[in-house]
Every structure is written in structure tokens, then in C-alpha cells.
Write a new protein. Structure first.
Lengths: 422, 308
């Protein structure tokens, strides 16, 4: 069986900030000619977005491509979609391939929903007859039937994105190359989108899928290719691939410690602040399910009364909480001189995915001794859990995952005269 | 093993291969139905690339949709709608008639000046609009170029075809004017489509060159209106080509739009001497312009998505 997609030695090089890969004015081009004649120029810095990428995808496989930011995933998809050319190497695609690198490409706000369906479909590569055939299915998938003849600029953002996805979802090619274009819209629609992606995979189409949402990758793909700095690091089953990816991002332990010089003038001084997991390992990337421990090492030179140390956490410039180590005490006990380590442990599944920073301080109710702001930036990622359909998805409002519990009780079959105060 | 590419290698070929049906071999449920497979080869291309007409034909529907989109969007939410296609040449004709016809008293080969001017203004307006929009077309469609695959020539072509719609609407007014001035209709009228083709070819040649340059050098789009203005004076729209003394008239033909305008005048108004010399030169120039434009465009096409 011939592979549906075969990549052999693919490489892509970009020249940074100079020569051909940046537009420049005619004047600069003309001036460059005498300059090159007068002296030899060192070449501009080079960046290899992809290096020696080899893999084969058999017909009917659903493969996820994962990697950190800048690993080359989008570049690989662009090459396979023929939008940009590889610098070296060769790829072969057997069958009709459709690319979804963006949802709603070519949508024009002045045109109506109906007109945009045709336009977008044509841009994606569907023939007019094909679009006509699928028209009703697209409209019912997007649930925009009453608004078909109003210009898209009047649509709510949810509606236009649903319409865009609906057209993309009906692209009927044997091979699909998809870049992060996943569940959009509200929860109900997202379920539809995930369901549709699952159907596509099960129908025997070949899918190459790039996403940052590990949960979605785990659910839809059987095989995973991990890219790091432009090279294929792992090409195996999806579970293994996710583990390799998790190791890659947790590998960076630097940045998990902040040390400060001692200040002998102060009666107490914070020496070191670190962030890590429950086992004491210092990390800067965590999973939703990890317990996060912020620990502070400090020295107290004389007996202090009413002294407390605090930890603040912020996300996107918003303070989430200030927590004082004396919060649990009724009366603040005096602290004896010595070197201490204080740890503040956060429960798992408490903070949402995102970027956080830590601020620490020391002081009494009357005077503030030290404050160190915005230390130790760390990230929480959605590795172990697919938050596609969850209310605490990263891009939703809110900063924490509610520790509360839901209970639903059915009161009656039918709404009758319900007494007030039930 | 990838072999060394030929000089005119097409990157992304559409190759057909007959599929061997070996009895006993299990058939893949998805791929078995087709008698031949599409195989697309993606690799770095070098040097000059030939024009792939087959691929352009495959994407003809996209060309149509892009042109249709441009036309629709232009007239949506406008008070006058398609009347703009008529107003532009009409107003130009009126202004030219007043300033060049009446006040400057430019000759017009014995034809009433307004009619003379309009017959020149109509194809000129088409060329000016077509060249301007297609020159900027690639950059205006950045999102398409960077996210979707299609032969990039489709974009400037669609822009020129969109301008063709305006020309067609303008022809209605032309018909009215011809009847009003009781212009004689001769057998030369049959040659008119030829001149329309010449105009389209000129607009395409200029548009393809400019759009390929615009992607790489963004100041091109600011030069276009200036270029068009100068070009207007180099074209015998407001004056007849008979104004130019005999030996230099052939040089005027180096401007392909001169050939178009004089051709229009001859076909519609029956100028006494058909401008063959001029036309020949114009046709040759257009051929050169178009083919060089396509070659340059195809050579630069591979970096469009990286540079745009």
C-alpha cells in the first residue's frame, strides 16, 4: 500500500530580516547593487524552520503533529499545503488533499451568508456543484438558516465562526491537513465540531492534525509525530508522543528559582524563592492536575513580632490572591532568629491554564520590609485533560477552576404552579 | 530518490498513473475506486517555471468566484450601484469634451468630439481600473495567498475580469451614444472583439507584472496611479493619433493601449485609414509584455507566501 503522504528530507530555511524574505522598497534594492559591488557582505542570519523531516502516513491514518511553539508545525503544514516551497527535500501526496489552515478564509463581511458559503467553498477547493450538493447540510450544521441572506458583517462572532467551520467541515477530500482549526463557538457547537472531526477520522480519511490541545490530539489521533526545533523527535503512538512532548516542555527547569542577595540591614530578608511540584522538583511548566508549591527561604536575625510573609499570584496582570503565612493563626506568634523555609502548596485542579507570576513580600502590619514582584513566570498547560468542552477552558473568562460541586435535582415532570420558596 | 529537476520543471505536478489491479490483493476501501490517482509532488523548484494552463483551467471556478466577489462587493450598499460603471467614462467624456474639445479645440478626425472622446475613454477606463486593481490584487488578498493553495495567477486574472464587467456595462451607454450621433456601422464592427481581447491582454500583462512587483516592493502600489496618469497622455484618448506626425506614429504603437483605442475608433466610427502599422507594433508589444510578465510572475511565485 502506497503511503498517502510521504515526506523525505524536508527542510525549510528562512533568512532573517534581510534579502528576499522581507519586502523592501525599490530604492533599497537599487542601492543594494552598488553596495554588493563595493564590499563582500556577510550573509544574513539563517533560521532553519524544518530540518530533515521524514515520515509516511498511510491512507486512513489520523496523525497528530505536536510540538512547542516554534517547533515547525505550521511550517510543515504550509509546505504540505503547497503554500510555501521546501528549501530541500521532497514530499508526495497521493489523492486529493484539502487544507484547513484557517477557518473562514476569504469571508467578506459585505457578502451574505449564502454568498460567503460559495466563496469560501470555492477557495477551499470545492467545485460549485459540490457546494450546491452540500449546501443544505452546511447550513443546518451551522444553524444559521434564518440569516442566510443577511450580510455577514451583521452576524455575531459566534455565528460567523460557525458558518466558517461548517463549510470547512464539509470539505470532502481524501486527505485533510488541519491546523488548530478546532472546536469553535459555544459548548453545544463544539461538541458538534469534535463529533464531526471524530467522524472524519473514522470514515477512513487521512488526517494530519496540528493542535496545542493535547486532549483533542489524544482523542482524535492514533499516531503522534513530535517536532522540536524543526526536527522529528518522535514518531509513534499518540500516548507516547504526548509523553515525549510533556518531557520536552518540562525539561526547562531554569527560571524556577529566584535568588536574592542578603541585606544585613534588615531584620529579616528573603533569600530564595522557587516554584515546583509536590515532589520538590523545580519546574516552570505544570499540568492542571499538578500541585504547585511556592517555597521561600528566608533569614530572621532577631526575634520578630507580628512578622508575616506573603505570596501573591497573578495571571494576565490580575491579582488572584494574597496569602499570608500567618493567615491560619489566631494570634501571630513571634518568630525566633534562624533560617527558615516556608512552602505554600496549591491544590491540584485549582488554577486554569495560563501564564502566572509570583510576587513575594515580608512585613508587619506597620511596616513592609521587602517586596519582590513578578518573579518566576510559570505556565499551566492542559496536558492530562481535554478542556475542549469544559467551562474552565483557557480562553474562557475566569481564573480558577471552581472547587465547588454540582448537584442537579429533578423537581417534577411538568411545570405547574410552583410555590415560591421551594 | 528525487532526480535532478528539468529546466522547466513544474513544482506540484498533476500526474496520472494507472493503478494495477492484482487479483487476490486486498483493496483499500477508500482508494480502490479510482482508475488513476492524483499524485502531487512537492519539492523546491529552481529557475524558470512554465505556465501551467491545465492547472489554471482546473481553478477556473475560483477565478470566477473571486471576480464575482469583487464585482458584488463594489456595488453593495452603494446608492447608484452599477450606474457607476457608466458614470465614470461619461463624466470623463464630458470633462474632456469641454476642456480638450471645445476650449483647446483639439482635432478629432472629423468625428463629433464627445463621441470621439467616449470611444477612447471607454477602453481606457477599463484598462486603468483593471491595471490598478490587478496590480494591487495579490497584496489585497494576503489572507488567501498565505493560507490557501491555488495558482497565484488566478488573483490578477480575476481582477481584470471583474473590470471587464464594467466595460460591458459601459458598452450599453456606447450603443446609446452611437445611435444619438447616427454613427455609420460598417463591417469593421466585427473586428471589435479583437480589440477587446487586445485590451484585456494589455491589462493582464501590466497587472501581472505590477502584482508580482507589489508583493516584493510595496512602494509599487503608490506608483500605480501616477503611472496610469502619465500613460493616459501617452495614449491617443483625448487626441487623435493623426496628430502625431507620420514617422513617429509607429512609435506611438509601442504603447499597446494606443493600438486598442485606435482600433476601437476604427471599428466603431470608421476612421478613414485603418491604423495597421500602429496595431502591429501594439500587438507585438502586448505579446512581449504578457509573456515576460507571466515568466517573471511564475519565477517569483514561490516566495510570495513568504514575503507577503
Amino acid at each position: 500500500m502506497e503511503p498517502a503522504i510521504r515526506a523525505h528530507g524536508l527542510a525549510k530555511r528562512y533568512r532573517l530580516g534581510g534579502q528576499r524574505e522581507r519586502y523592501r522598497s525599490l530604492r533599497e534594492s537599487l542601492m543594494a547593487v552598488p553596495k554588493t559591488l563595493l564590499r563582500r557582505r556577510a550573509g544574513p542570519p539563517i533560521h532553519w524552520a524544518l530540518r530533515d523531516v521524514n515520515f509516511e502516513v498511510q491512507p486512513g491514518e489520523v496523525v497528530g503533529i505536536i510540538g512547542r511553539n516554534g517547533a515547525g508545525k505550521s511550517t510543515l503544514l504550509k509546505i504540505l499545503s503547497r503554500i510555501t516551497e521546501p528549501t530541500l527535500g521532497r514530499a508526495e501526496i497521493r489523492g486529493r488533499a484539502g487544507s484547513l489552515l484557517e477557518v473562514g478564509t476569504g469571508f467578506h463581511p459585505e457578502l451574505t451568508g449564502r454568498e460567503n458559503i460559495y466563496l469560501n467553498g470555492a477557495i477551499l477547493g470545492m467545485k460549485k456543484a459540490e457546494i450546491q450538493r452540500q449546501f443544505d447540510a452546511i447550513v443546518s450544521f451551522a444553524e444559521v438558516e434564518p440569516f442566510l441572506d443577511t450580510p455577514v458583517k451583521r452576524y455575531s462572532s459566534g455565528m460567523s465562526v460557525r458558518l466558517a467551520f461548517a463549510v470547512a467541515a464539509h470539505l470532502d477530500t481524501e486527505i485533510l491537513v488541519v491546523d488548530e482549526v478546532l472546536a469553535v463557538g459555544d459548548t453545544a457547537f463544539q461538541k458538534k465540531c469534535m463529533g464531526r472531526m471524530r467522524e472524519v477520522g473514522r470514515a477512513g480519511r487521512t488526517v494530519l492534525f496540528v493542535s496545542h490541545n493535547m486532549g483533542a490530539v489524544a482523542e482524535l489521533c492514533q499516531r503522534g509525530i513530535v517536532l522540536e526545533k524543526g526536527r522529528v523527535v518522535s514518531d509513534c503512538g499518540v500516548g507516547e508522543a504526548l509523553e515525549t512532548y510533556a518531557q520536552l516542555i518540562q525539561g526547562a527547569g531554569e527560571g524556577a528559582t529566584a535568588a536574592f542577595p542578603d541585606n544585613p540591614d534588615l531584620p529579616c530578608a528573603i533569600l530564595e524563592v522557587t516554584v515546583g511540584n509536590a515532589r520538590g522538583e523545580k519546574m516552570t511548566t505544570f499540568d492542571l492536575a499538578d500541585e504547585i508549591v511556592v517555597s521561600m527561604k528566608y533569614v530572621i536575625r532577631q526575634k520578630m513580632h507580628d512578622l508575616s510573609f506573603d505570596v501573591q499570584l497573578s495571571r494576565n496582570m490580575t491579582d488572584l490572591f494574597h496569602s499570608y503565612d500567618t493567615d491560619a493563626e489566631e494570634d501571630i506568634a513571634p518568630k525566633e532568629p534562624g533560617v527558615y523555609v516556608a512552602r505554600h502548596r496549591l491544590p491540584s485542579r485549582f488554577l486554569k491554564a495560563g501564564s502566572y507570576t509570583v510576587t513575594v513580600g515580608s512585613g508587619t502590619p506597620h511596616v513592609c520590609y521587602q517586596v519582590f514582584s513578578d518573579l518566576l513566570p510559570f505556565e499551566i498547560l492542559e496536558l492530562s485533560e481535554a478542556t475542549q468542552l469544559r467551562g474552565y477552558r483557557r480562553d474562557r473568562a475566569g481564573h480558577i477552576i471552581s472547587p465547588g460541586v454540582w448537584e442537579t435535582e429533578r423537581l417534577s415532570d411538568v411545570l405547574e404552579e410552583v410555590q415560591v420558596g421551594v | 530518490m528525487p532526480r535532478a529537476p528539468r529546466r522547466f520543471e513544474l513544482a506540484g505536478r498533476y500526474r496520472r498513473q494507472p493503478r494495477l489491479l492484482i487479483p487476490g490483493r486486498p483493496k483499500n476501501p477508500i482508494a480502490s475506486v479510482r482508475p488513476y490517482e492524483h499524485i502531487t509532488v512537492i519539492q523546491a523548484s529552481r529557475g524558470w517555471r512554465a505556465l501551467d494552463l491545465r492547472e489554471l483551467w482546473r481553478f477556473r471556478e475560483l477565478t470566477y468566484f473571486l471576480a464575482w466577489r469583487d464585482v458584488k462587493v463594489r456595488y453593495k450598499q452603494t446608492a447608484l450601484g452599477a450606474a457607476w460603471a457608466v458614470l465614470q467614462p461619461l463624466l470623463a467624456m464630458l470633462i474632456f469634451s469641454i476642456f480638450f474639445g471645445r476650449l483647446a479645440k483639439l482635432p478629432s478626425d472629423g468625428i463629433p468630439y464627445p463621441l470621439f472622446a467616449f470611444v477612447g475613454v471607454l477602453p481606457w477606463t477599463f484598462f486603468a481600473n483593471a491595471a490598478t486593481t490587478s496590480g494591487q490584487s495579490l497584496v489585497s488578498n494576503t489572507n488567501l495567498v498565505s493560507k490557501v493553495y491555488f495558482p497565484r495567477l488566478v488573483v490578477p486574472m480575476a481582477a481584470v475580469f471583474a473590470a471587464l464587467v464594467d466595460l460591458a456595462i459601459g458598452f450599453v451607454l456606447l450603443l446609446g451614444l452611437l445611435m444619438f450621433f447616427r454613427a455609420p456601422a460598417g463591417p469593421q464592427l466585427g473586428m471589435l472583439p479583437l480589440f477587446v481581447v487586445l485590451a484585456v491582454a494589455t491589462a493582464l500583462g501590466v497587472g501581472i507584472w505590477l502584482s508580482a512587483l507589489d508583493v516584493q516592493y510595496r512602494d509599487v502600489r503608490y506608483a500605480i496611479p501616477f503611472l496610469i496618469q502619465i500613460w493616459l497622455f501617452a495614449t491617443p484618448v483625448v487626441y487623435p493619433s493623426s496628430l502625431v506626425p507620420e514617422p513617429y506614429r509607429a512609435i506611438l504603437g509601442l504603447n499597446p493601449m494606443a493600438g486598442v483605442v485606435e482600433g476601437f475608433r476604427w471599428a466603431l466610427l470608421g476612421n478613414p485609414h485603418p491604423p495597421f502599422g500602429l496595431l502591429l507594433v501594439s500587438a507585438l508589444v502586448v505579446l512581449l509584455l504578457l509573456s515576460s510578465g507571466i515568466l517573471y510572475f511564475r519565477r517569483m511565485e514561490r516566495i510570495f507566501a513568504d514575503v507577503i
